[in-house]
Design a protein around this ligand. Structure first.
Ligand SMILES: Nc1ncnc2c1ncn2[C@@H]1O[C@H](COP(=O)(O)OP(=O)(O)O)[C@@H](O)[C@H]1O
Ligand SMILES: [Mg+2]
Length: 430
């Protein structure tokens, strides 16, 4: 049995559902019903309908940024929408479903975008457009629609630092001003209400919140720590709390090798000192830490993931060295695998200042390396790649933000307890 979502009425979703234009963009907030709410059901329904095009053209395609993401988002969901009787063949390795009417529904990814080439499509969804590798629509999908006159919906949230953020923004501007194209924009609050969205203000920085829930384009400042505030995030006095551990964020780069020294109090991170050494070893940094703060009761060390396939064995030996140093009463924390860089950056910005205006990180003026990174460490223009040409930058930032992504990770599940405040429609599609 196939199960179709019961949707509450939303005017923009409804207009998108009914739109018959060939080129469409849906720019809307996170969890606002772009993918599962409207576009995948639209694709599946089109594939299930009576087909008039030559059999070779009856292809319907969903494209996620990576195979893992595409499969995770769409595969089980698409299968759940199709009545079993309509399926003639399913390939779990190819991620393809053949239907009784000759339609094929395929799942592919931007990371292997050349697989898209070589056939025509009647309907395509490109999801998470800001996160797609550049050129998926222009070079792979669009040429594959010429002969079939197939349609394509490009879905996304605005992301100033996404790999295709700026080109998706240009496409949005173009579609919005061209009446032949479909352009649909709505916020998360317009579907789930202000209260639902307000609860998520503490989850993101102001700028990330405006992008992800309000679906507004935010101009990139280029700086990674764009929530950093010279006044609110900087302190010139801090009294070390003897009963709280000293939390050490570490980056085992050799020049500079960085330890950021912090305490966590009332859910806030206070960075009160740092150790930055050139041409140095972990042992050298531990000696300095011992000289300055050796009298302190307890130390918690955080850092980069360290596992044989994820990282160099050098950081494993660094962690061993810390664990084996009997001068410190210490605990060592490091994740099994690293979170996505963009998630670590978002978590760091959210702690600097969340969308409620709450500041949860303060940095002492003596932490010159970290402050320099917060002011200067930037993206390569027009990309989401950090610019690492200046070898002095980024290491203090990394040391500091490893603590944050471990203690305050980004989480984006839909709130399972959330019960909508307005009533559902009669069910099925609008
Ligand atoms: N109009 C709606 N009414 C009720 N639930 C909806 C509606 N639109 C979407 N949903 C549900 O909200 C969740 C998020 O939708 P999804 O389309 O995945 O969001 P997005 O792609 O915008 O992040 C899904 O479980 C979906 O079924
Ligand atoms: Mg989605």
């Amino acid at each position: 049995m196939s199960i179709w979502p019961k949707l509450r009425y939303h005017p923009v979703q409804s207009a998108l559902w009914q739109c018959r234009k060939q080129h469409i963009i849906a720019l809307a907030g996170r969890q606002s019903g772009k993918t599962k709410g409207i576009c995948i059901p639209k694709l599946v329904l089109a594939a299930l309908c009576k087909q008039t095009q030559p059999i070779d053209n009856r292809n319907y395609l969903y494209v996620g940024p990576t195979r893992l993401q595409a499969k995770g988002i769409a595969w089980d969901y698409i299968k759940s929408l199709i009545p079993k009787k309509a399926i003639t063949k399913i390939s779990e390795t190819e991620l393809q479903i053949n239907l009784w009417n000759g339609s094929k529904i395929m799942i592919m990814s931007g990371e292997a975008r050349e697989r898209i080439d070589g056939r025509g499509y009647l309907g395509v969804i490109i999801d998470e457009c800001s996160d797609q590798p550049p050129g998926v629509f222009e070079e792979n999908v669009d040429p594959a629609l010429t002969a079939t006159k197939g349609w394509c919906i490009r879905i996304g949230i605005p992301k100033r630092s996404g790999p295709s953020g700026s080109s998706f923004r240009k496409a949005c501007d173009e579609y919005q001003s061209n009446p032949e194209k479909g352009y649909f924009h709505w916020t998360t609050a317009s579907l789930w209400g202000e209260e639902y969205v307000d609860k998520r203000r503490s989850v993101l920085s102001e700028r990330d919140f405006r992008e992800q829930f309000e679906a507004s384009w935010v101009n990139s400042t280029g700086v990674i720590a764009d929530a950093f505030d010279e006044v609110q995030n900087v302190m010139d006095y801090y009294e070390i709390q003897p009963d709280l551990p000293i939390v050490v964020g570490s980056d085992f780069n050799r020049s500079p090798l960085c330890f950021e020294l912090c305490q966590i109090k009332d859910d806030q991170l206070f960075v009160f000192d740092e150790i930055r050494l050139n041409e140095a070893s972990t042992a050298d940094a531990l000696d300095i830490l011992y000289k300055t703060y050796g009298h302190h009761n307890e130390f918690h060390f955080y850092g980069d993931a360290s596992s044989k396939n994820q990282h160099t064995s050098a950081s494993e030996s660094d962690y061993m060295q810390i664990k084996n140093d009997r001068r410190f009463n210490s605990l060592v924390f490091y994740p099994n695998s690293n979170p996505r860089l963009s998630n670590r950056f978002a978590a760091a910005n959210r702690l600097l200042k969340d969308a409620n205006g709450k500041v949860r990180c303060r940095i002492h003026t003596r932490c010159k390396g970290l402050l320099e990174d917060l002011r200067s460490y930037s993206y390569i223009e027009g990309t989401n790649q950090p610019d690492q040409r200046n070898k002095q930058l980024s290491h203090s930032f990394d040391a500091w933000s490893y603590i944050i992504s471990y203690k305050w990770p980004m989480r984006f599940e839909m709130d399972p307890d959330y019960t909508p405040t307005i009533s559902f429609g009669s069910g099925g599609m609008m």
